[in-house]
Design a protein around this ligand. Sequence first.
Ligand code: NAD
Ligand code: UD2
Length: 314
Amino acid sequence: MALYMVTGGAGFIGSHMVEELVRRGESVRILDNLSTGREANLAAVKGKIDFRHADIRDLASIRPLFAGVDYVIHLAALASVARSMEDPVETTLVNLNGTLHVFLAAREANVKRVVMAATAAAYGDDPALPRVETQTPQPLSPYALTKLAGEYYGQIFYRSFGQEIVALRFFNIFGPRQDPQSPYTGVLSKFIVTYLRGTTPTIFGDGEQSRDFTYVANVVDATLRACLAPAAPGKVINVGTGKSSTLNQTITLLNTIFGLQVKPQYGPPRMGDVRHSTADISLARATLGYEPLVSFEEGLRRTVDSLRTALAEA
Ligand code: NAD
Ligand code: UD2
């Protein structure tokens, strides 16, 4: 049994990561300031985890939390393009300074490996598709830039100190507990809530923008593989499904799932938006032995069921 620290473990992706680690019998310590995460996300593992309310912006306060930790899964961040356009300073302090603090504290505590959540946003609008890790990044938002800078810090520390750090470029992750109440949440959570409440989904732009929507179980599997895979340290690795859907196609699929004929309303495109995004997952397959476990359609059906239950119980 190893001790895993999950920063951001009370969040959407983090809470699924924690649940799977507990299911596997690992020890888990969570570092989270509950700024967007919630302890309710951890209800299924109550009493089985070591929760520490802390802020990665404060290096001195988080240092002691790394004692005895074997692996760090670093998810804590302000995870929104739109929010970063509104407040680039706050996003920089959390995503860039905070990530540097996590890497420093991990090295001082002799943590075996850090796996950080990076993002497909780093690619920006490079016309080449699917996205390959060797493409030149073109960040379009402070969010994308700060996550990319975290990748660079990881590579610097790996090359200079041999610190084992892996960056996983998550594509568009969705699933249960992606907070439908947050104005910054993922588009699929927002759309599903409109279907469940009988309101109308709004598409920013013409709806032909595409995303590699990746169900959360896939990213949990890839991340836990990256903690142990021998060839992963020092690398940046895409995690997606290798397939993409446009928002218009997504509305058509939701209409099929709900048996409705919902017509979205269309608004102006959003600043900082990427037009198309699809992952090349060859490196994840070769380095991690990763293979997507749950398809977009199956993941969407599971998420609809989960949100229907959550809203009914609210
Ligand atoms: P989330 O907002 O649900 O989770 C982020 C967690 O970090 C929350 O629990 C929040 O309370 C915590 N946090 C934020 N600032 C903190 C701070 N200063 N100190 C300590 N904890 C802090 O978001 P998510 O969608 O679960 O994203 C998790 C990670 O995955 C982020 O790094 C995000 O950039 C990355 N990512 C997400 C997606 C996606 O589609 N959801 C895609 C690519 C990358
Ligand atoms: C980016 C990253 C993703 C992740 C996320 C933050 C890319 C390709 N992806 O996601 O990896 O890091 O940031 O966690 O950069 N939209 C609507 N209507 C709505 C809400 C959104 O049309 O009500 C559109 C939005 O303008 C965008 C698309 O849906 O074109 C996806 O938006 P999102 O916020 O779900 O995620 P995105 O792509 O910004």
